[in-house]
Design a protein around this ligand. Structure first.
Ligand SMILES: Nc1ncnc2c1ncn2[C@@H]1O[C@H](COP(=O)(O)OP(=O)(O)OP(=O)(O)O)[C@@H](O)[C@H]1O
Ligand SMILES: [Mg+2]
Length: 454
């Protein structure tokens, strides 16, 4: 329900307006009898629209508008006046008022104006979301079986309102998956708010999550809404959930179950409709055993788990990823698009990327773009540590193998990796698919080629 603040020095006028706004528009209405009181209320309450009298003793409507501008209040203001002096109204618009109404106008008209202002505000918010999305729009690249599996999993849980836990190694794309869950979710035009529990000082986490009432603690001069309220009607992405302090975990659980929050230093509850997506690269079960993560929270989050595969489990995606990263990085750097020659690509496909997965690949691509002046990136442009870490099957120069033995070995390696990916790295199933005697034979070949899931 939207909350409208009516500011008028004549109490009867203000009360009448508030009453009519409730009756005709179905709004929550607040009343302030002076400019000071209005600013005070704006600092303490969540207000969606202000109806402001221009003529008031002491601090008049113009002063209020100026003060609102100075303090950065974004809430739309409709000014009203009984004087019919339109020059004054124009002046108010110049100071940031959305529009003006005459005190003599029927309430239906006023409600129409309010609705218009609220709608405009909503659109502004959506525009910001869309602009944000255009900028951060990053497709989930990859068509490997592991990636297909991931996309299916996303599709299955995207639309449900329950919390989802995204797990995967560092740099594997968890945040991208969270954004994809939002995009394919029930409220894609709603906000996507990300909060990284590891990046916030422990004593500020609850403030960031739940906000505070004015005066909740020293320095809390104004009401501040937290991430849960900001994400209302959209998604709240809780990154590095394993780092959340235990006390905040307890509160989080209560919010998820009751779908309402209490701001710090207050006792009124606010309904929240944010869908929670949490992510971690930690083993939460181990964290629970170690007493660092609450078991009840773990079980609540563990209902819908989306596992993001490590890059070494989907090496067949490396070419597509490299192409995508090359294009976007070259565009970002403002350099001519470059290509990667097959030998270099082959080398990148033999590396295990255990340190940082796709993020590591992204950084390597960036370094390669900088390292070469030519159009095509070759093996010699690959950072030495990657080239040397690229597994034992490499020919001395790291180029495409040329002897029959080397070609055969390379083909065998590729067949095995492809089959493993196809079967989700299930050893027995892969061995069967390849027509091998048993899983031990497959393991032996894998050892020979130094293939492992990690
Ligand atoms: N499938 C993918 N397609 C395209 N880009 C990807 C993919 N996966 C990851 N990336 C890119 O790799 C980088 C790391 O991804 P992201 O930040 O989502 O990883 P993360 O799992 O959240 O990492 P961390 O554990 O460090 O928080 C980002 O630049 C992201 O755009
Ligand atoms: Mg992340």
């Amino acid at each position: 329900m939207s909350a409208i603040l009516v500011v008028d020095d004549v109490p009867a006028m203000a009360e009448q307006y508030a009453y009519d706004l409730k009756r005709v528009g179905g709004y929550d209405a607040l009343v302030a009898h002076s400019g000071r009181e209005a600013l005070d209320l704006l600092e303490r309450e969540v207000v969606d629209c202000v109806i402001l009298d221009l003529e008031m003793p002491g601090m008049d409507g113009f002063e209020v508008l100026r003060a609102m501008q100075r303090r950065g209040f974004q809430v739309p203001v409709l000014v009203y006046t009984g004087t019919g002096n339109y020059a004054r109204c124009t002046e108010a618009i110049r100071l940031g008022a959305r529009s003006f109404i005459d005190k003599a106008e029927p309430m239906e008209r006023v409600v129409q104006e309010v609705e218009h202002a609220l709608e405009q505000q909503r659109l502004t918010g959506q525009l910001a979301v869309l602009r944000d999305r255009l900028e951060s729009e990053a497709p989930l690249v990859g068509a490997s079986p592991a990636m297909q599996h991931l996309k299916d999993a996303i599709g299955r849980v995207a639309k449900i309102p329950s919390p989802v836990l995204v797990v995967g190694e560092s740099g594997s794309g968890k945040e991208l998956v969270a954004r994809e869950l939002h995009r394919r979710g029930a409220t894609p035009t709603g906000p996507f708010i990300a909060l990284n529990a590891a990046a916030i000082p422990e004593n500020l986490v609850e403030d960031e999550l739940f906000g505070h009432e004015r005066g909740a603690f020293t320095g809390a001069a104004t009401l501040r809404t937290g991430a849960f309220e900001a994400a209302s009607g959209g998604t709240l992405f809780l990154d590095e959930i394993g780092e959340l302090p235990l006390a905040a975990q307890a509160k989080l659980l209560r919010v998820i179950e009751q779908r309402q929050i209490t701001r710090l230093g207050g006792n009124r509850t606010v309904a929240v409709s944010a869908r929670v997506v949490a992510a971690t690269n930690r083993d939460l079960e181990a964290e629970v055993r170690a007493g660092r993560f609450r078991e009840d929270v773990y079980y609540r989050l563990n209902v819908h788990v989306v596992r993001v595969p490590a890059l070494r489990e989907r090496l067949s995606d490396v070419p597509a990823l490299v192409e995508h990263l090359l294009a976007s990085t070259c565009a970002r750097f403002g350099v001519r698009p470059k290509t990667v020659d097959p030998g270099a690509l082959d080398c990148l496909m033999r590396y295990d990327w255990t340190r940082n997965n796709v993020r590591e690949l992204r950084n390597v691509v960036e370094r390669m773009i900088i390292a070469t002046d030519s159009e095509a990136i070759g093996v010699e442009d690959i950072p030495a540590d990657i080239r040397e870490g690229a597994g034992p099957q490499r020919t001395p120069t790291g180029t495409v193998p040329s002897t029959f033995q080397a070609l055969k070995a390379e083909a065998e390696r590729q067949i095995i990796v492809a089959a493993l990916e196809q079967n989700n790295w299930h050893i027995t199933r892969t061995a069967q698919a390849l027509g091998l005697a048993d899983h031990a034979s497959l393991l032996k070949i894998m050892r020979r080629h130094n293939i492992s899931r990690g």
